[in-house]
Ligand binder design. Structure first.
Ligand code: SF4
Length: 291
């Protein structure tokens, strides 16, 4: 009997399809590697994420780094992957973005020191079965997972560096952390409470929600329906929107009067992705797809 091949989807694969079918085709079907990850916002986001990851790893190992050390780490990470080619969509300079990151770190550090909310995992990989047979799975990474010994709650933390926070309605509809909470409940018990927490670093604000088991079952069903829809899709039209300004395929997008270069040239080996640190989660997800 032929071996059953399970299908593993990432959250970004689903959202890319919903954002623009053509972008989905470029990235996941044609496997076009973007020439350059251009956004300074993305660079800021990934540098702040890796700094907080480093901070909590140190704390887990029993050492609280000083604020100076954390800022030095941030500066080194910034430099390591910085290129003057990063573009910005507004009048801010690259130095302004660097400074923003320093500010985020200072405020976060001051507010959360001594970081004693019982961190269990950092950058935890999760994998969830969407159907009984285990044919369809979702995988992703949790920025940080903690367990509150007083309230007996697990908490999934997600860091955001965007300038504009989404509306409360959008947060309630957000699929990513809710899906990740299924993995936590599968591991620790369905009866456990899991809090979803977004840290909006630019506003020093936190937003929390909890999902019931019924909400999560419904979400699994909807996600599976979306995957089936993706698999049945034969046409991949462009969907022009303001998000195009952050699309790494804009310079080859016909909707903007551009045309793709030779696909062959662009379908480089996957190792080339390592040149694009700000696509780190995508890189990890793609590599895991191959496991
Ligand atoms: S630039 Fe816009 S329309 Fe074109 S692929 Fe990207 S998201 Fe789609």
């Amino acid at each position: 009997m032929p071996e059953k091949k399970e299908k593993v989807y990432s959250y970004s694969r689903l959202t890319t399809f919903e954002q623009c079918n053509l972008k989905f085709k470029f990235r996941y079907i044609d496997k076009i590697i973007p020439k350059l990850e251009k956004s300074i916002e993305a660079h800021l986001g990934s540098t702040v994420h890796s700094t907080l990851e480093w901070l909590y790893t140190q704390v887990k190992e029993g050492r609280i780094p000083s604020l100076d050390e954390v800022i030095i780490f941030y500066s080194q990470e910034w430099e390591k992957y910085y290129t003057p080619d990063f573009i910005t969509q507004n009048s801010l300079t690259h130095q302004d973005y660097f400074n923003k990151g320093v500010e985020f770190i200072i405020v976060y550090y001051t507010e959360h020191k001594p970081f004693d909310d019982n961190t269990l995992e950092i950058e935890k990989r999760i994998l969830i079965d969407l159907d009984e047979e285990g044919n369809y799975k979702i995988q992703g990474f949790i920025d940080r997972l903690s367990y509150n010994l007083k309230t007996k709650e697990y908490e999934i933390h997600d860091y955001k560096t965007a300038n504009y926070p989404p509306s409360e309605e959008k947060m309630h509809k957000d699929r990513q952390l809710a899906l990740y909470s299924i993995a936590i409940k599968n591991h620790y018990g369905k009866d456990k409470d899991v809090k979803l927490t977004w840290h909006f670093l630019a506003f020093n604000k936190r937003f929390h929600i909890k999902k019931s088991n019924d909400d999560l079952e419904k979400l699994k069903k909807e996600t599976l329906e979306l995957i089936k829809k993706i698999e049945e899709t034969k046409e991949f039209p462009a969907n022009k929107s303001k998000l195009c300004n952050w699309c790494e395929y804009k310079d080859m997008c016909p909707a903007w009067g551009n045309s793709p270069d030779s696909l062959k040239d662009l379908q480089k080996p996957k190792e080339d992705l390592d040149k694009y640190p700000t696509l780190s989660k995508y890189i990890k997800e793609e590599k895991l797809d191959e496991e």
